[in-house]
Ligand binder design. Structure first.
Ligand SMILES: [Zn+2]
Length: 188
């Protein structure tokens, strides 16, 4: 028997183990998710590696296909942006993401209502300040949402993700509340 050949057999579990351990990982600078490094580089819009943005694009394609009246896609837009603040991200994108998270999680706005609130706020053409992202670790990320089976379970996971991202931004809650009141996006 040829021992050399036996050791390099592709079905040898020891070989698989070595291969897995040597696969390089890359941490997303925004959500800190560790993903297989395919050398795609940083995204132009989010403070994220492209490997992470591809997961978001997968979730986007799934949500858009639903064509739901609630417009659940908006929840993913805001949760993802709020988890990837910094780098190339525009200040307005970060602020609008937090406004969306606030209106959904504390006022029960639908994704469609959040979208209308964003349009109303955009008319003011304000120079928004840069926001420092939370220092606490994130409880969930886009991969957790994609891991849920399609349908109600995934929608529920998406809402949990939205709630966890909003909770982690607690250092800006009061400021976001005041913006929403000032611009009459909420009634009280
Ligand atoms: Zn990420």
């Amino acid at each position: 028997m040829d021992r050399t050949r036996s050791r390099s057999h592709p079905y040898n579990p020891e070989n698989r183990k070595v291969k897995q351990m040597s696969a390089p990982l890359i941490a997303c600078p925004g959500c800190h998710l560790k993903l297989s490094d395919r050398g795609l580089g940083l995204d132009e819009r989010y403070h994220a590696v492209r490997e992470c943005v591809e997961l978001y694009e997968e979730l986007t394609a799934y949500n858009i296909m639903k064509q739901d009246l609630f417009f659940i896609h908006q929840l993913a837009v805001d949760a993802y942006a709020a988890q990837h603040v910094g780098g190339n991200m525009k200040n307005i994108t970060a602020v609008f993401a937090l406004v969306g998270l606030y209106l959904f999680n504390e006022y029960g706005y639908t994704g469609r209502q959040v979208q209308l609130a964003h349009m109303q706020l955009a008319r003011n053409r304000i120079e928004w300040p840069a926001l420092a992202p939370p220092e606490h670790p994130w409880a969930m990320n886009v991969q957790d949402v994609l891991a849920a089976p399609e349908g109600d379970e995934r929608d529920e996971r998406l809402k949990q993700w939205s709630a966890s991202v909003w909770a982690n931004w607690r250092h800006q809650h009061d400021w976001i509340r005041s913006i929403c009141r000032e611009h009459r996006l909420v009634t009280d």
